[in-house]
Write a new protein. Structure first.
Length: 494
């Protein structure tokens, strides 16, 4: 693409040198630059991309996007905000792919991945080729790609949406994290629908306060507009969980059409008669497109909320309720979400991705409902992440479990032992007796201990890592999969 054509999409800019050249691609990481690329210098949280412009030039970059003139002999486009420019340029370079598909985004502290999987399943069953972008993977057209986070940077995102559209994908369901919203990763993406799951404590290392965290999530809804579009296909929807207090705030800051779901009266899509067993969750749903009974194979009241979010978003795409029911009932579950590990042992072992106070409380309440024997919980908290959630999660684990094994969950660059101590602080504050918990830094050792201690009819809950297949210690990524480690531990006692 010609750079002058690309640059014309930026309203305010100052150009140094000639941009009447061709650029073969766009990069924000100097290490990935190839001959003829446009290099956008992003001011990062740890380093400044402007410091890598020289390296990018050595690798053959054709021109730079910068927020100040650099002493480098290359054409430069000077903009006020490089991140904003990146979103605009990526959208233009890849041919506005989000406009060629229905993009359904999901934000919220918990339930994004699960809700995304449900929507993907319903839409694909309805014969609308649907792609998925989220924590576990990106997939479309029968292909899967690994993800390093939940929501890609604007550049990667537009590239992926372009590839999806080119492969015939007509709908994309994606998770939108609060980091992504705050960093403008989804700017330039034209969303059809924005779904909200819930807002509870997480990421306070990054957002500082719950108000700031809510404001970051709010960016998703405030950018949705166009409610009075006369063409049905171009309308925009905001789907809110009316049982979460943050929804009242989001409702006020959007100009898109608001559609609500929840368990209380007065919502557009409502679940009643919820019944939960170890085999699944049944409920009745009343919606603006009829009523039905649904039998989910997934357990937990929280999954009723995830199902309601998915039902609402897909009803808005015109999928009939009886088709939605069939799709939801045929899905056995999502990788690493309340996933049973069965190696022939006489007790239950469940691996779950709960890594926030609310997530942990929800999964433990569910486990408590169907556990006949004791509940033994293995969990930890991530390093270089919200420290304030650690003692809270300690308290929750002790409240709902008979025995707690506090262990490591991606300590990253922090001292693993001190993370365990932060969690223990909550146990001490709640005067949890010492015989009720153990601190075991080595996660494999903690899982083994819990399994050694389990008696028939007990439940061992291993929380926090779910689908993850690694343990991040320092800068090193070690192979680690709770499901495999649990099976090995079970075999060890057989
Ligand atoms: C806090 C945060 O979100 N950081 C993200 C951010 O990093 P950063 O601002 O520190 O970037 P940086 O390393 O300072 O680099 C600045 C610029 O210099 C460039 N650079 C750097 C080095 C070099 O040699 N050459 C070069 O060009 C980089 O490519 C970048 O463009 O931009 C990077 C590039 O896009 C991201 O990889 C990085 O995510 C880090 C890995 C991360 O851990 N993010 C997590 C917290 C996150 O975003 N998580 C959410 C999910 C949370 C949830 O679902 O609960 C997510 O959306 O994934
Ligand atoms: N609607 C919900 N409300 C509360 N907790 C939930 C809900 N859905 C799932 N959970 C719990 O949170 C965990 C993570 O669920 P899921 O992966 O769907 O959330 P997520 O929002 O995608 O998380 P992440 O921010 O890490 O991407 C689950 O394993 C479960 O314990
Ligand atoms: N997407 C979340 C997941 C956390 C999962 C937990 N296993 C951890 O590493 O803290 C994050 O990156 O904060
Ligand atoms: Mg997720």
């Amino acid at each position: 693409m010609r750079l002058n054509e690309l640059a014309s999409t930026l309203t305010i800019k100052h150009i140094i040198g000639s941009v009447d050249i061709r650029v073969s691609g766009i990069q924000t990481d100097s290490r990935k630059v190839t001959e003829g690329d446009l290099f956008i210098c992003l001011p990062g949280h740890t380093v400044d991309g402007h410091n890598y412009a020289q390296q990018a030039m050595e690798k053959g970059t054709a021109a730079l996007v910068v927020d100040r003139q650099l002493d480098i002999d290359l054409p430069q486009i000077i903009v006020k905000d490089c991140r904003y420019a990146m979103a605009v340029l990526a959208d233009a370079f890849f041919g506005s792919p989000s406009k060629q598909m229905k993009v359904i985004g999901i934000t919220g502290t918990n339930g994004k991945t699960t809700t995304a999987y449900l929507i993907e399943k319903i839409m694909n069953d309805h014969n609308v080729k649907t792609g998925l972008i989220g924590t576990i993977q990106m997939r479309y057209g029968g292909r899967t790609f690994p993800m390093s986070g939940t929501t890609p940077e604007a550049l990667e995102l537009q590239r992926s949406l372009h590839d999806m559209a080119a492969s015939g994908t007509r709908c994309c369901v994606m998770e939108v994290s609060s980091h992504a919203l705050e960093q403008g990763r989804v700017k330039g993406t034209d969303f059809r629908t924005a779904v909200f799951t819930n807002l509870t404590q997480d990421h306070l290392d990054y957002h500082n306060t719950m108000d700031e965290y809510r404001a970051a999530k709010g960016l998703f809804f405030s950018r949705m507009g166009n409610a009075f579009q006369s063409i049905q296909d171009k309308r925009k929807f905001v789907v809110l969980n009316a049982d979460d207090p943050a929804s009242a705030y989001f409702k006020n800051i959007t100009s898109a059409e608001v559609v609500t779901y929840g368990l209380e009266e007065g919502v557009d899509v409502r679940a009643t008669e919820i019944s939960i067993s170890a085999q699944g969750t049944d409920f009745h749903v009343d919606s603006f497109k009829g009523s039905t009974d649904i039998k989910l194979k997934m357990v937990g009241k929280f999954n009723v909320y995830n199902a309601l979010g998915a039902i609402t978003a897909t009803l808005l795409e015109g999928v009939p309720l009886d088709e939605i029911k069939r799709s939801l009932e045929s899905l056995s579950g999502v990788d690493g979400r309340v996933e049973s590990v069965d190696a022939g042992q006489p007790f239950a072992v469940i691996v779950d991705y709960a890594h926030t106070p609310d997530g942990l409380e929800n999964v433990l309440k569910t486990v408590d409902e169907f556990a006949v024997g004791r509940v033994l919980t293995v969990f930890g908290c991530g390093g270089d992440r919200d420290k304030t959630k650690r003692p809270i999660m300690g308290k929750i684990a002790a409240k709902y479990s008979d025995v707690v094994f506090v262990t490591s969950d991606n300590p990253r660059t922090e001292d693993p032992e001190s993370i365990l101590k932060d969690i223990e602080q909550g146990l001490i504050e709640d005067q949890v007796p010492q015989e009720k918990y153990q601190l075991i830094v080595d996660r494999r050792g903690a899982i083994q201990k819990a399994i050694d201690m389990a008696s028939p009819e007990d439940v061992v809950l291993i929380a926090g890592k779910g689908h993850e297949t690694y343990q991040l210690i320092g800068q090193t990524t070690h192979d680690f999969d709770d499901r495999i480690v649990a099976k090995e531990a079970i075999r060890g006692i057989q």
